[in-house]
Design a protein around this ligand. Structure first.
Ligand SMILES: Cc1cc2nc3c(=O)[nH]c(=O)nc-3n(C[C@H](O)[C@H](O)[C@H](O)COP(=O)(O)OP(=O)(O)OC[C@H]3O[C@@H](n4cnc5c(N)ncnc54)[C@H](O)[C@@H]3O)c2cc1C
Length: 440
């Protein structure tokens, strides 16, 4: 998350509101049916607004760099979740209000006898409900991420298409052909965004494969993949950014996995490194990837990167959250940056500290101070223990706190606590960046 680019962020928020509200106001132009009571009109308005918001959800996850840059991908995914709850509430409130003010409409719920315009509404609402429930309770339902992802895409398309079919077949506000054309075009556009991510970008990636040139076992159940562009120049990334990796099954596979780049942005030749900790189905296979394997890397993404004015960099990492920090450290060393870097690094025990030896080595090339914080330290450990806390931060980071630039990546409780600590210390939000590894 990067809290800068305020003017671009404001422009995107304004654009979002225009996309939601303009098609709604367009309904009031031209032929409009006979006036109805306030609650019926209100319920129709929120139904249309809910559908427009649902459609725009496709845009939030379409990986457009210009959209994601002012916020960072994690913030957009969080927004995607929150906005879908608002949109679903609007869509569900639409029939609920109608049933209250016009109870005779409840009869339309008898799916078998109801006309198609009502069946479409039921299908849309049911798709939305299943979509929300499986997203909120995926872990509780023990659903594999990949299964959930497929279902999510199918349900989202079904909800939007049947919602549109309901509006067009009901026809009260869409009597004019141009209004129908407007809403149908909008729906095609929204679903086109999905087609862009799932078909156009993979086609582009198909022509830009990578070859795995090294598979390195690291401490802490982690494997580093070094990948070289095959027949193209690759892309330039900033330290701290991430890419979507597809190893098995080619770029059309629906579930790519996001991983931070762990190598130096100055490595040259388009080479990229990702350091991956074994956590589940896919990450468990990474150690078995053979050298020479063709893989696909879509990137770079994210706004978790250096570049703002700062007297020193403070990196706060927990567990595998060390990977973007390694990229920052390696890049600063390669750029001969002489500003101090303080790394507060939380790990379980001494043996599982990923990159421990390399951090020692880099300290010779960079003004790097590493503070390890271990939850399970060896008996003779004299360093910091437990979790990274406000006290530990104050002990190792010198004031003035608001002059430094901070980067936080690790388990959610650590990130929440560090964000609170920094704001208590008077560090403005523009001076700290967080990368959360849980989009889903
Ligand atoms: C921006 C970002 C950068 C990351 N960088 C690293 C890194 O450098 N090193 C590292 O080891 N891990 C990183 N992760 C986490 C990594 O993506 C997940 O651990 C990995 O995708 C888990 O896949 P799995 O099939 O092994 O595990 P699963 O058991 O399938 O999933 C474990 C959890 O990971 C999340 N997840 C799974 N698949 C995806 C997906 N395709 N997209 C988003 N989330 C998913 C879900 O919350 C899931 O509950 C990063 C995540 C994000 C969002």
């Amino acid at each position: 998350m990067r809290r800068s680019h305020p003017s671009r962020a404001t422009a995107w928020v304004a654009g979002y509101l225009v996309f939601v509200l303009a098609p709604l106001f367009a309904l009031l132009i031209g032929t409009v049916g006979p006036a109805r009571d306030f609650w019926t009109e209100f319920s129709a308005a929120i139904g249309y607004a809910g559908l427009a918001m649902m459609g725009l959800q496709f845009g939030l996850t379409a990986r457009f760099r210009r959209v994601t840059e002012p916020w960072g991908e994690d913030v957009l995914y969080h927004l995607h979740r929150q906005l879908s709850l608002v949109a679903v509430a609007l869509v569900i409130a639409h029939p609920v209000i109608l049933f209250i003010v016009r109870p005779n409409l409840i009869g339309l719920l008898t799916f078998v006898d109801a006309p198609w315009r009502a069946r479409f509404a039921v299908l849309s609402v049911v798709s939305l409900l299943v979509l929300v429930m499986t997203s909120l309770w995926r872990a509780r339902l023990r659903m594999r991420y990949e299964t959930w992802h497929h279902l999510h895409v199918v349900l989202a398309v079904a909800a939007v298409v049947t919602g549109l079919a309901h509006m067009v077949s009901w026809g009260f506000y869409l009597a004019d052909p141009w209004k129908r054309a407007l809403w149908i075009s909008l729906t095609v556009f929204w679903i086109g965004l999905l087609a862009y991510v799932r078909i156009v970008r993979p086609l582009f990636m198909l022509r830009r494969p990578y070859t795995v040139t090294q598979v390195r076992a690291e401490r802490g159940d982690t494997t580093t993949l070094v990948m070289e562009p095959d027949g193209h120049d690759g892309f330039h990334f900033e330290p701290g950014q991430f890419g979507w990796l597809t190893v098995w099954g080619g770029p059309f596979r629906i579930t790519g996995h996001p991983f931070s780049f762990s190598g130096s942005a100055e490595a040259g030749e388009g080479s990229v490194e990702m350091s991956i900790r074994r956590l589940g189905d896919f990450t468990a296979t990474v150690g078995t990837i053979p050298v020479g394997k063709r893989v696909y890397v879509d990137g770079p993404y994210g706004a978790f990167t250096i570049g703002n004015p700062a007297d020193m960099h403070i990196l706060i990492a927990g567990g595998v959250g060390i990977t973007p920090m390694m990229s920052i450290i390696r890049t600063l060393a390669d750029r001969h940056d002489n500003r101090p870097v303080i790394l507060l690094y939380g790990a379980t025990d001494w043996e599982s500290i990923t990159f421990r030896e390399e951090l020692d080595k880099i300290a010779g090339r960079l003004a790097l101070t590493t503070v390890y914080v271990l939850t399970d330290p060896p008996a003779d450990w004299t360093g910091e223990r437990g979790f990274i806390t406000a006290d530990i931060l104050r002990r190792h980071v010198p004031p003035p706190y608001d002059e430094h630039e901070y980067f936080i990546c690790g388990p959610p409780p650590m990130m929440d606590s560090m964000e609170t600590t920094l704001s208590t210390l008077g560090v403005p939000m523009s001076k700290y960046h967080s990368e959360r590894y849980n989009f889903a």
